[in-house]
Design a protein around this ligand. Structure first.
Ligand SMILES: Nc1ncnc2c1ncn2[C@@H]1O[C@H](COP(=O)(O)OP(=O)(O)OP(=O)(O)O)[C@@H](O)[C@H]1O
Ligand SMILES: [Mg+2]
Length: 353
């Protein structure tokens, strides 16, 4: 039994979320030692939690037990270590790839979980169906959801260009929209995407290092919250303005103010194209004519008028919208009453911009 044999055994463990690359190839196996006949393996996981960490530890143990002589003691440890190479000095972004993009619209919210990604995806599809050329950049580095919502999790992102340091991502085309997510890229070109001060660089790459071509709208699904990443993003990407998504509750409305202020701060001063109220009422599938205002009525419209921003419309809470998001077929693709809301909001946004 040698260390290199053990490495070979560990190559049998594939990472299901990384295009089935094995853990050795992905740099997860940090070290392998044989100490007094016992096997000690250290797996390194990035600070960004990998939901499959426990699975991979178990699978690594199993691979060793399968191959090692019976009775060999095995210890698999984990450490936190980013398998990231430091940023090459002088990585420069330029705005060349956005030259042919007419309007860059950030989709933001003060708070997470209000349906920002759902709105982004359906708005993009609705705009495309109205004849606009649309792209979507999923800038949510920690919880990218666009791949699932568009059924493109398994797509291999292509790269464009000769020079390794000058490569561009080619966005995925589906439903008449060009999509690119941190989720698409972390499987395909990990080294490329994660170099540099991680989060902020990665999401700028998604936006600035991508072959968007001519677009009428580039929608940016911003990460939840209103932190430094946001300020840096708004500072470095020439956004035309923002759409703020909220739910009708009073707490959510307090968050709206934070979202709005992020774009209105004196250093940034971007227009807010409007407020979208999501989950405005609940309509049960079996009773399409009924509306239940679970979180109260009129909150979004009131807040929009207080903040002096356009109110773009309301979206009901319906099961089909959630199912469409989960199975990758946005409801805005269909002509149904619940997708009408997205079409109306798309028209209102185009008018506001
Ligand atoms: N109008 C709606 N009707 C039914 N379900 C919805 C609706 N809007 C969003 N959802 C569901 O609510 C959940 C959260 O939505 P989504 O992921 O779009 O929120 P988010 O604001 O992007 O969240 P995060 O802050 O985590 O990025 C998802 O399961 C989505 O399918
Ligand atoms: Mg989201």
């Amino acid at each position: 039994m040698t260390e290199s044999e053990i490495f070979d055994w560990l190559r049998q463990v594939q990472h299901p979320a990384q295009g089935d690359k094995d853990i050795v190839e992905l740099g997860i196996v940090d070290s392998v030692d044989i100490l007094d006949g016992a096997i000690c393996v250290t797996l390194a996981f990035p600070k960004r939690p990998d939901p499959l960490k426990n699975y991979l530890v178990g699978a690594a143990q199993a691979a060793i037990y399968r191959n090692a002589p019976a009775g060999t003691p095995v210890e698999v440890k984990t450490i936190v270590k980013d398998p990231v190479k430091p940023a090459p000095k002088g990585i420069q972004f330029n705005l060349e790839q956005l030259r042919e993009v007419r309007h860059i619209v950030g989709i933001a919210s003060g708070k997470g979980g209000v349906g920002k990604s759902t709105v982004t995806v359906n708005l993009a599809v609705a705009l495309a169906r109205q004849g606009f050329r649309v792209g979507v950049a999923d800038a949510d580095v920690y919880g990218p959801s666009i791949p699932t919502m568009t059924g493109t999790e398994d797509v291999q992102i292509e790269m464009y260009g000769e020079d390794e340091n000058d490569n561009l991502f080619v966005p995925v085309e589906k439903y008449g929209v060009k999509w690119l997510s941190v989720g698409h890229v972390s499987a395909a070109g990990q080294a490329l995407i994660w170099r540099g001060p991680m989060a902020s660089t990665a999401l700028k790459q998604i936006i600035l290092q991508t072959l968007w071509g001519p677009l009428d709208f580039l929608l940016i699904d911003m990460p939840p919250g209103t932190g430094d990443i946001h300020i840096s993003l708004i500072g470095d990407v020439p956004m035309s303005g923002a759409v703020i998504v909220t739910t009708p509750q009073t707490v959510a409305l307090a968050d709206v103010l934070r979202g709005v202020n992020m774009f209105r701060n004196p250093q940034v001063q971007k227009p807010i194209f409007g407020l979208v109220e999501n989950m405005s009422w609940f309509t049960p599938a079996a009773h399409p004519d009924e509306k239940y205002y679970l979180f109260g009525q009129g909150g979004g419209a009131r807040m929009a008028s207080q903040l002096d921003i356009p109110f773009l419309g309301q979206i009901p809470l319906v099961q089909d919208i959630r199912e469409g998001a989960d199975d990758g077929t946005p409801v805005a693709l269909l002509d149904r009453p619940d997708s009408q809301a997205f079409r109306d909001i798309a028209s209102a946004l185009a008018a506001s911009v």
